[in-house]
Design a binder for this molecule. Structure first.
Ligand SMILES: [Zn+2]
Length: 196
């Protein structure tokens, strides 16, 4: 389990920023892990802001809601650069569904961390074709800490790293739940792609 190098240091002079990435397939618990870290920061009386792309409207408009309905208030934004203004002076900045943000996200995260914020980014590392997704690979490169979480293959029960799309749509941004996607291991993902 990820343990923070530091949680509640309010001394501004010693404030140091860094970037954490939480990545994995669908149903791997990325958002749960993001919420866990943010709640710990809140307990330490840190100022926390949470953002998600305005595109992700599956659940409640203003909440980062994970699949286990463990909700936390968040702000939907259009562009990654909106965060620079909205997150100024925050101790901890949480970002969910990071793969859907524009390419400016990497620079935004760097600026926030350079200015002393702890930045925690959660997102899909691979799209439904098993290709690196959006800014995630670049974020993993610049982050101090990368945590890859795993789901369970819904076909065979092995460890799963891939999001298999059961529907036929070729649209990259297709939001959905268990009826559209399932987590799969490498073997079952390849088998499923062959069948298509
Ligand atoms: Zn499998």
């Amino acid at each position: 389990m990820f343990i923070e190098p530091r949680v509640g240091n309010k001394n501004y002079a010693s404030r140091r920023g860094w970037i954490e990435v939480i990545c994995g397939s669908m149903f791997s618990g990325k958002t749960e892990e993001l919420i866990r870290r943010l709640n710990r920061a809140k307990i330490a009386k840190q100022r926390v802001e949470i953002f998600k792309p305005a595109i992700d409207t599956r659940y409640h408009e203003e909440n980062v809601v994970s699949h286990n309905a463990n909700a936390i208030r968040s702000t939907p934004i259009q562009f990654a650069s909106d965060m620079l203004l909205l997150a100024s002076g925050c101790d901890v900045v949480g970002i969910d569904e990071a793969q859907f943000f524009d390419e400016g996200l990497v620079d935004v995260c760097m600026t926030l961390a350079n200015n002393g914020s702890r930045v925690i980014v959660a997102g899909l590392d691979l799209d439904y074709q098993a290709k690196p997704f959006g800014s995630m690979p670049a974020l993993m490169a610049v982050a101090e800490y990368v945590t890859k979480v795993h789901a369970v293959c819904m076909n065979c029960g092995d460890i799963a790293s891939y999001s298999f799309r059961k529907a036929a749509s070729a649209q990259k941004v297709l939001l959905g739940e268990t009826d559209t996607y399932e987590a799969r291991c490498r073997h079952c993902f390849l088998e499923g792609m062959k069948e298509k």
